[in-house]
Design a protein around this ligand. Structure first.
Ligand code: ZN
Length: 194
């Protein structure tokens, strides 16, 4: 849409597409995701009607997760006005030496999640791993190690694996209540995708 990266939700909602879409869409609401510690909101969250908020720490920001940040993160996600935890996860498009930090940050973040609060997962493998297999395995291990409730609601956003991977096997067994957000085709990850 050509908007600056830090566009506010209010400005985003005022944008009018040109040309107008052939099939008009009435936006009734959505989820505002705050996953960069630099732009974490104040609580209670005050959003437009129809909108709810998620607070997380994007794996590419895992290096910013220090003691003070951890404390604030827990305060935010435990506030009743925050409806979901996320994005959290792994993104192995960064240098390998940062992967362990992403995994430990994910493990810590998941310990703050409430059962009534869906988790938004960001899982992306390295540039040569087109179906992101290792990244999914690592996240499953973390989910098991922190004993996330098997019925925890999970939204796996920008899923890029195959149909077999999402519909059966270990992913479905470990997280039977997970939902998938699709992106078009098993394409090469865009550097700009959040
Ligand atoms: Zn993401």
């Amino acid at each position: 849409m050509g908007l600056p990266s830090r566009t506010s939700l209010g400005d985003f909602l005022r944008v009018r597409l040109d040309p107008v879409p052939v099939d008009p869409v009435k936006l009734a609401g959505g989820v505002a995701v705050f996953c960069d510690p630099k732009t974490w909101p104040r609580v209670p969250l005050r959003l437009e009607p129809g909108w709810v908020g998620a607070v997380g720490i994007h794996p590419k920001s895992a290096g910013q997760f220090e003691d003070a940040t951890q404390h604030r993160f827990h305060q935010l996600v435990s506030h009743p006005s925050v409806s979901a935890l996320g994005e959290v996860g792994v993104d192995f498009t960064v240098e390998e030496k940062l992967h362990a930090r992403q995994i430990s940050t994910l493990r810590w973040a998941l310990q703050s999640c409430r059962f009534d609060q869906p988790v938004v997962l960001h899982i992306r493998g390295g540039r040569l791993d087109r179906v992101h297999a290792r990244a999914h395995r690592e996240v499953l291990e973390v989910l098991k190690s922190v004993a996330v409730n098997p019925l925890q609601l999970i939204h796996l956003h920008c899923f890029q694996g195959g149909l077999l991977r999402c519909g059966s096997g270990r992913t479905r067994t470990a997280t039977p209540t997970s939902g998938l957000g699709w992106v078009s085709g098993p394409s090469t990850p865009s550097r700009r995708r959040p």
